[in-house]
Design a protein around this ligand. Structure first.
Ligand SMILES: Nc1ncnc2c1ncn2[C@@H]1O[C@H](COP(=O)(O)OP(=O)(O)OP(=O)(O)O)[C@@H](O)[C@H]1O
Ligand SMILES: C[C@@](O)(CCO)CC(=O)[O-]
Ligand SMILES: [Mg+2]
Length: 418
């Protein structure tokens, strides 16, 4: 990026159908959450230091590393622009883990903060290698996506880092400086590098989360192939965060154990994954049907939501708090399933078009009231993917850090890759 100061932004996501099964090549259907986004401020510096500020993770002081201490010698000699040659570099990650926390001013660094730092340094080291523009950099990340709640906070963080660093080291041009073909190529590269970052965080991600955060909108995803889905935007959902903490990586590993360990009933587990796949495919057919009236569309979708939730429970990724959300929403005849990796985090409730504002308020009040104190989001599905804002003329780091998070999207001048 020719500018020395810019902000990047990427949305969170919601999975309608197909979580966990998508890791095994089954179909998933997901959409971006335009109201919930991560923003990352990038400013080049000349002293050779790399500074990473993560206030959402409760980090008191910034991470600070001399760029010269990074293990560039372990980076695989791949062409950054040839995505098919990208293999995950375990040796590099191992080394990064050993140096990332050295000399961090004796602060207590928790697991979330560590993973965020490892992810950043992994991308920084890979992308600065081969670059002609070594300089050092300050990065400041802010997000209104709840962290670790199933709404793709990690993917949104990963897409922001991949975009900001690819721009900084001259591997891609911004949409300000590029044509349609160039922007398309840049988006592909962003998505690929964000997938590498998701590997640091999740171990074996399917790639659906980073694809939604990169491209926005509503997509169908199978084995890395992304297809746009029109029509999903018209469905309304209520998202409820149970605030029960969970870890996506561990939940994915638990499902894997059921498949790979003979004691975990691999045959039955595979049948469950196939059933989830059929649910996604049925939903796609329902949405694509031109003859189905609204009544039938909603009734069928509600049936799929119920089945999908129970199948996910049978994979061991449910949680009593998620069943509580279902129970409360069912009192107003609304249907709910867990979304994302499960184990706590968020639930997704379908709002039929005949549901009044008053009914939604009744459900929200019951969910947010004591003793549950869940948090509700009414946010639409779809909207832009990753974007960039040239901040050279009007936004300093201080202004960025003090700006209301919800106002960042409204700043004039955003350009989107997708
Ligand atoms: N705003 C943020 N600042 C820094 N790091 C973040 C931020 N948001 C997410 N992360 C990183 O992502 C990790 C959480 O990712 P995790 O995959 O467990 O949850 P999620 O992405 O919110 O849920 P899911 O993957 O089910 O959608 C954190 O440990 C942190 O490393
Ligand atoms: C659980 C999972 O299917 C979705 C997490 O948002 C994992 C993945 O697809 O990488
Ligand atoms: Mg995640």
């Amino acid at each position: 990026m020719s500018s020395d100061r810019y902000i990047v932004s990427a949305p969170g996501k919601v999975i309608l159908f197909g979580e966990h099964a998508v890791v095994y090549g089954k179909t998933a259907i997901a959409g971006s959450l335009d109201g919930l986004r991560t923003y990352a401020f990038f400013e080049k510096r000349i002293d050779g230091y790399v500074e990473l500020n993560l206030p959402d993770l409760g980090l008191q002081r910034a991470f600070l590393w001399p760029a010269s201490a990074l293990p560039y010698n372990l980076v695989n000699n791949v062409d950054i622009k040839e995505p098919q040659n990208l293999n995950f570099n375990d040796v590099l990650l191992h080394k990064i883990k050993s140096i990332a926390l050295e000399g961090q001013d004796n602060q207590q660094i928790n697991n979330f903060q560590q993973i965020a730092a490892f992810t950043f340094l992994y991308l920084y080291t890979c992308l600065e290698y081969n670059s002609q523009t070594s300089c050092g950099m300050t990065i400041y990340v802010r997000s209104n996506i709840p962290v670790g709640a199933g709404l793709g906070s990690s993917a949104s963080y990963s897409v922001c880092l991949a975009t900001g660093l690819l721009l900084a080291f001259g591997h891609i041009l911004s949409p300000y400086e590029s044509n349609e073909q160039g922007i398309k190529k840049s988006s592909e590269l962003i998505n690929l590098w964000a997938y590498q970052a998701e590997k640091v965080i999740h171990g074996t991600p399917s790639g659906v989360d980073n694809s939604v955060a990169t491209y926005g909108g509503a997509i169908m995803f199978v084995n890395g192939v992304i297809q746009n889905m029109m029509g999903t935007r018209s469905l309304r959902f209520l998202l409820t965060n149970t605030k029960v903490p969970r870890n996506t990586k561990i939940l994915i590993e638990n499902v894997r154990t059921r498949i790979e360990n003979v004691k975990g009933f691999p045959k039955i587990t595979n049948l469950i994954l196939d059933a989830i796949h059929d649910i996604s495919e049925s939903f796609k057919e329902i949405l694509g049907s031109e003859i189905m009236d609204d009544q039938e569309l909603y009734t069928k979708t509600e049936g799929l939501i119920d089945m999908c939730h129970h199948l996910l429970n049978s994979l061991g990724v449910g949680h009593p708090s998620l069943d509580k959300v279902r129970e409360i929403a069912a009192q107003c005849d609304l249907h709910t399933k867990l979304t994302g990796a499960g184990g706590g985090g968020c639930a997704l409730t379908l709002i039929r078009n005949d549901v009044s504002k008053e009914q939604i308020e009744i459900v929200k009040t019951a969910l947010t009231a004591s003793p549950h104190c869940f948090e509700c989001y009414e946010t639409s599905i779809g909207g832009h993917g990753v974007g960039v804002l040239d901040a050279s003329s009007d936004k300093s780091l201080q202004e960025f850090s003090e700006c209301e998070k919800n106002q960042l999207a409204g700043i004039i001048g955003w350009m989107y890759f997708a």
